[in-house]
Design a protein around this ligand. Sequence first.
Ligand code: SF4
Ligand code: SF4
Length: 140
Amino acid sequence: MKEKSKNNPNIKEIYKQLEEELASINPGCNTCGTCCHFDEFGHVLYTSTIETDYIKDNVEVPSFDPEKNVCPFLVNQECSIREHRALGCRVFFCNPHYKETLAEIYEKYYTMIKDLAIENKVEWHYAPMMQLLKEKEDNT
Ligand code: SF4
Ligand code: SF4
């Protein structure tokens, strides 16, 4: 039987390890929030159900218009859920010099998160975050 991740502490540990690794390379970000306007930036943010469960277990998802394709957690051009944001948010940096390194880091942590979902019998559904949030909103 599939189970829901309830505030899974292990995902927090994975994010902590990721943040330490990213800090060691420091690709730089001025937190302008531009990349959270997905259409404007030409960017699709993918994530997984175990990660959107983690967000939803910790913060309220605001109502949003999926047609606008702007992250609902962006408030005054700043991320309002930095502590709980997904792998794709954490690993994305617009600095092109780090593209390959960041792709490798993404792959490594994607695998860790997927393994965690499998271990915890959480359904693995990997899709654009806006779609997963919308599905969750529709199911509440
Ligand atoms: S969760 Fe935060 S970092 Fe991720 S897209 Fe939304 S506002 Fe941007
Ligand atoms: S990654 Fe780039 S576009 Fe995104 S918030 Fe940082 S500086 Fe702005």
